[in-house]
Design a protein around this ligand. Sequence first.
Ligand code: SF4
Length: 410
Amino acid sequence: MCGIFGIENNETASMFTFVGLLTLQHRGEESAGITSNNDGINYITHKSMGLVSQIFKEKILNTLTGKVCIGHVRYGSIFNHTSDTEIVAHLVAKSKGFSAGDLIKNAVSKLEGAYSLIFIVGNKLVGVRDPFGYRPLVLGKNGDSYILASETSAIDAAGGSFIRNVNPGEVIVIENGKIIEDIYLDKKEKEKFCIFEQVYFSRPDSVLCNKSVKNARVQMGKYLAKQMKDIKADIVVPVPDTGIFSAQGFSEESGIKFQTGFIRNHYVGRSFIKPSQKMREVTARLKLFPIKDVIDGKRIVLIDDSLVRGTTAQKIVKILRDVGAREIHFALSCPPVISPCYYGIDTPNKDKLISAMKSNEEIKEFLNVDSLTFLDINNMKKACCTDEHDTSKFCCACFDGVYPSKITDK
Ligand code: SF4
């Protein structure tokens, strides 16, 4: 996974896959591909670098015939070296089994780490999640067609209804509108869902762990406001788009007026997932435009989702200072990111993580802000949890350094 979508038993499978991938575009903007199968034997693939809307025109989608189809949006180099998904393909090619589920189960049992995968095996659609369940994978239905996707928002966009999460370690095989196999990997682990999905990665209209991402972010903002109850400010301004709902929550809790202080250029990709530092710097400059009327002379609570390298935040603060911000109180809707992620999110090495390398006072100076507040880790967990998903079921390793599975040099 970066973003994946699959549908079966549908005459317009490729069209629905296209719509699903458009909805999941935020999970990877470098390249995309769709594969279909129209006779149980032959696979048809189209893939290219670029955005989904650039790659797939109607003419191409019409060539992807068949009632079963899978698609992928990909961050070119989210994994540090090369495509690890290729390793999975080789394992599957060598795997033996009495059924499609058995074959996939035997192949992925050799893997360690984070994966959510979907396959076409002949006419069958297969989904599998690693035993910790780091990354999301959801099951939905549109009429007689089952859908598997990274996020519920993609099921919604394809006109379907969410049924349930694929469970950690579950292998689910679907054919002709029926679940024909539902088995589990032998290795059992305690669930450790990536909490960064709620903080940043997933769409706000998606539901994760039975809680809407939007509501989790609003709650994060409310907790931040409680932590900063003595702050004196005129307005709360989000860094768009991921800071918006936390800023809304902050405003509701504190009574400080919510204001849109930036216009975001939606035609430029998310800075966090652009691959090179140079590219990140260029896109950060192109992306946000301040509204001077709103900012000038004001004491501002500025809300962003997370602080990773600190370079983008430094630029955003400068933009606000340049148009007359009087005070900037910077608040993050997650704790300091102090450890790299080895489970598929492209956080940099420790020496590039500002919170791992500098004290809060040093960061405050580096960013040129009047105060700096991170969401307390327990408040973050509480904001994301539900009755069904308690705080022990989250991976928070990039915030607390506690990795659920053993990290080796490999
Ligand atoms: S280390 Fe961080 S980003 Fe990676 S899976 Fe855990 S919480 Fe998510």
